[in-house]
Design a binder for this molecule. Structure first.
Ligand code: ATP
Ligand code: MG
Length: 469
């Protein structure tokens, strides 16, 4: 990845520099040539002007031509209309008196107008030549031909080309080094993320992504570390849950085994003794069944993270049904069950009836279970900040502050062995919490004024009408 990034940067820069160089060189060459062309035509026109309407070229004229060309490398040939040379600025040449074959001159005489030709001379040196007609009484009497080598211009362009190539190479090397450093800076954290992700997938949550670099990379590292922490917590909870379940199953199973062994090892057991043992056995099986049922309820709630089967529920009717169902338990302990439900008139609420029933039932069941004989329990209902608030108050033993945050944990019981003896699984409040949270609500406990506890369940007041709107 690192090198492909670098190669991309270098390729882009090289293409850009090449295109720019080709353009610059093109413009420069064109400008050199057109300047030369203008110069050549200017000289040729001066010479042509000198020779206009003359029969022969005098020495004075030759001197003037020489003056015109002075300081330049231009060669000037003057021909008559039959293409015969009558003057040549090159003294070493014996062209005077002979027919001159030059493309520019031919065209100029034939058409009677200025011509311009770019050609290649000896040693492949580029030449620019122009020919201008000499006018005599409005007819073409001959032509002035001026040519110049543009080797120096070509050399200058060549120099620029070379410099541009060197510039392109240096720039590419610099860009390559820079992009390598840059890509290292961007890919190093990504390599780190990949390595950390691999470790996490192997179950090693100790490795953490380095939270440094640009703000986006820091955010990514934080998200990865957060995910790793969540997975670690999840894994720890899973392990704890499995070990708790095993532990909870072990006790009733050990008791069942003990009872069975007692029956098996007793010779000719009395029928009433066998009946007692079988009664105990049945109780243990009931306890096991209850535990398994509660576990199933919990795992079902874990699987559904949202409420799937919400339906309109008359909340007051539901609470009364819970109280009716638990009335025999309260009656058996001589506990008074009050309700303050009449004041709150609620429209039907959208919720999963079974789950919220379970939550309210477990809390009320606890209140009856843990309140001594002759106590009382009061259930209240109200609406606050668009939330339905259900309270269940008892005058039982209360819950110490240090335990309040734990009682909603799975398998947590205040007096563990006694609670287990009374058949408590320690899952009732955990189920209630899951059910309430699934609805976007909350469950909490506080001390009641009378020394008992007040459990409060709040659930969003989502009316059927609002749901359908
Ligand atoms: N109203 C209450 N007063 C005093 N202690 C309570 C009250 N409600 C709950 N507790 C304590 O909280 C613990 C957890 O309650 P939870 O309902 O989760 O389990 P459980 O009642 O023991 O078992 P299960 O609900 O399966 O019968 C109980 O064991 C009990 O010690
Ligand atoms: Mg309970």
């Amino acid at each position: 990845m690192r090198f492909s990034l670098m190669a991309t940067y270098v390729a882009v820069i090289l293409i850009a520099i090449t295109l720019l160089s080709v353009y610059i060189l093109g413009v420069l060459t064109e400008s050199f040539y057109s300047t030369e062309k203008v110069k050549l035509f200017a000289k040729a026109n001066i010479v042509s002007g000198l020779l206009a309407d003359t029969e022969t070229i005098t020495d004075e004229m030759k001197e003037n031509i020489a003056k015109t060309l002075y300081g330049s490398n231009m060669r000037c040939i003057v021909t008559d209309r039959d293409l015969r040379a009558v003057f040549d600025s090159n003294n070493d040449s014996d062209i005077v008196g002979k027919i001159v074959i030059r493309e520019a001159i031919n065209k100029c005489i034939a058409k009677g107008e200025e011509t311009y030709v770019k050609s290649q001379g000896v040693n492949e040196i580029n030449m620019l030549s122009v020919a201008v007609p000499i006018m005599s009484q409005v007819r073409t009497a001959g032509a002035v031909y001026i040519a110049e080598s543009i080797a120096s211009a070509d050399a200058a362009v060549g120099d620029i080309r070379r410099n541009l190539i060197i510039f392109a190479i240096i720039t590419s090397v610099l860009i390559a080094m820079l992009s390598l450093a840059l890509s290292f800076m961007t890919t190093a954290p990504i390599d780190n993320f990949i390595a950390v992700s691999k470790e996490i997938s192997k179950g090693n949550f100790n490795v953490k992504a380095k939270e440094k670099g640009t703000s986006e990379l820091v955010e990514m590292a934080k998200a990865l570390n957060y995910m790793s922490q969540e997975l670690e917590d999840f894994e720890q909870n899973r392990k704890k849950f499995v070990s708790d379940v095993s532990h909870e199953l072990k006790t009733p199973l050990a008791t069942i085994k003990l009872i069975c062994d007692s029956i098996v090892t007793t010779e000719n057991p009395e029928p009433h003794m066998v009946q007692d043992f079988l009664g105990d056995l049945s109780e243990e099986v009931d306890r096991l069944t209850r535990l398994v049922e509660r576990l199933l309820t919990l795992t079902k709630m874990d699987a559904n993270q949202t409420v799937k089967s919400a339906a309109p529920v008359d909340f007051t009717v539901m609470l009364k049904a819970v109280l009716r169902k638990l009335a025999p338990n309260a009656h058996a302990k001589n506990i008074m069950l009050y309700d303050d439900l009449k004041d709150a008139t609620l429209e039907p609420v959208m919720l999963d009836y079974d789950k919220i029933w379970e939550a309210v039932y477990n809390v009320t069941d606890n209140a009856i279970k843990y309140t001594p004989e002759g106590g009382f329990i009061r259930m209240g209902l109200g609406i606050k900040n668009q939330m339905i608030v259900v309270t269940v108050e008892d005058n039982g033993p209360g819950i110490p502050d240090s335990e309040k945050e734990h009682i909603f944990d799975r398998f947590y019981r205040l007096d563990d062995s006694r609670a287990r003896d009374t058949g408590g699984t320690g899952l009732g409040l955990a189920i209630a919490k899951e059910a309430v949270m699934l609805h976007g609500g909350e469950i909490s406990v506080k001390d009641a004024k009378n020394g008992g506890s007040v459990f409060t369940i709040t659930i969003p007041y989502i009316r059927e009408s609002a749901e359908n709107a």
